[in-house]
Design a protein around this ligand. Sequence first.
Ligand code: PGA
Length: 331
Amino acid sequence: MYKLARHATLRQLQVFEAIGRLKSFTRTAEQLFLTQSTVSTQIKNLTEIVGVPLVEYVGKQVRLTEAGRHLYAACQDVFRALDNVDVAVANLRGLTLGALSVSAITTAKYFVPEALGRFSQAHPGIDISLHVLNREHVLQRLANNEDDLYILGHDPPTELEIESEAFAPNPLYVMAGRDHPLAKSGRRLTLKDLAEQPLIMREPGSGIRAAVERLFAAQGLQPKVRIVLSSNEAIKHALIGQLGISVLSLHSILLEGAQGPITVLDVEKFPLQRKWHVAHPKGKEPSIVARAFLDSLRAEGQRLTQMLNELTSSLPHSRSKKPARRAPGRR
Ligand code: PGA
């Protein structure tokens, strides 16, 4: 009895928990900043303490044995409880000291840094980190519990155990360089017209790409992808360079406005109305710092909604578009 409690170390359990979650020695080593041989040694020592194998290989795939699954569930309980202690201690310190880590999808870079800047001015003792990634990578960080809050471009997948809240609209529009012939013609396009145009597409894993692919597939159409670019800003420059047309969030042109070098085309089925969501795993109570930032995001949502409404009404074909009315509330 008490073999594990007496002999296993927290480090061994941490390594084992990461193996159970990531199903890979290599990724465990990367995530914990260890060498692979340290990871193997920790698991070997832990296995000797338990007395039966904890992991097995099926082909090249790492799997947990039955004993491994029991231990993994216990590790999750232990680390969740320890996380909650961290949060409780941070809460005791209030908003004077602490850290805030946020992951956000690419279009959120058009407002999250500013929101964080304002937050940081109000709470200068808080260390802030922001990871700007595509949807797939943000969801990966969420699954690995790497940050306090996660900002997504539209509803999170239903299978994830998370709490989420919509806080601002994030509509997708078809865009082109100001001098593009379609921009000059000013006529309303069908999706079929769109399918005939060279399209600048985001990379696999992008939420915008997934939305575009879903729309085309639903109409039995195939986009004519001219080039794949993984940055919204690079896409804007490619639009100016007349490489084709593209689908982007309206936030991408918030700074330049409707009279800038990029223009919005009038295309049936567009805009694709989506909402920004902020999420955190269920069962992980956000720290006082994360809760304070959540509050400021709600206020930010009101501000953004107003800015988007103004931009929407200045679009060339705004008569046919209804502006977003107000910041959406809790889901
Ligand atoms: P993406 O998300 O960076 O994954 O394309 C952007 C968005 O959905 O607005």
